[in-house]
Design a protein around this ligand. Sequence first.
Ligand code: MP5
Length: 239
Amino acid sequence: MAAVNIQPITVNTTIFARRLAMSFTQQQLEKHQTLWNQMTSHRFLLETRDGKIADDIFAQWMKQDYLFVRAAIPFISALVPKGPLHHWKPHSDVVAMLNKEMDLFEERANAVGVSFEGVQPWFINHAYIQFLMATAYTASYPEAYTLLYTAEKAYHDAWLVVKEGLDPQSKWYPFVENWASEEFGQYVNYLQGELDAMASDVGKAEHQRMEDIFELTVKYEISFWEMAYTGAQWPGIQS
Ligand code: MP5
């Protein structure tokens, strides 16, 4: 019988064991720490935290985010029939929360003389909203849930940065109270637990798509702050 030359297989057991021990969200947050830090240190957030943001720049964010929040209602609603029964109530509660959030935008806009009449989404917001809807309708439930978790976690962390320095008397403080609150943090933790449980049950290909959605969502979040700050509307179109 010919001698079989078996090469020893070397496995980096340390990385492998750590990956196994870490949840999906821990893995993604660690892998994309640089992107996440870029987001939470965006000049829009730092200037808002320091009370230095120009009113017209803040208004650009208010108008665009008002449209985004409105679009989040059909996004969440589309998740209901795809999700398990025990997620129906949490999703319905979020839809109610989003309606209240729109009231908050309208109240703040009125208070500072900003109007949402005729406001249209700019390019990056338009793309992000299309990404929400396409993911809700064409991707699997765990994939769409990854988008939901990442966008909510992103806003919680972003507004926690603003909370570190913004004067509670500021006209923008109600937005801090909305997303940096303990209650919102609990909601994000709940999403995180549910997502981690789903991620441990999916196959390799779906897991990879969930990872891609996490990364894309963080990138959209950064680009959204950049759009709000610079006022970039549609590339190449003179407004
Ligand atoms: C959220 C948001 C948070 N309002 N805007 C962007 C661009 N990303 C995330 O979502 P919600 O549904 O307002 O809590």
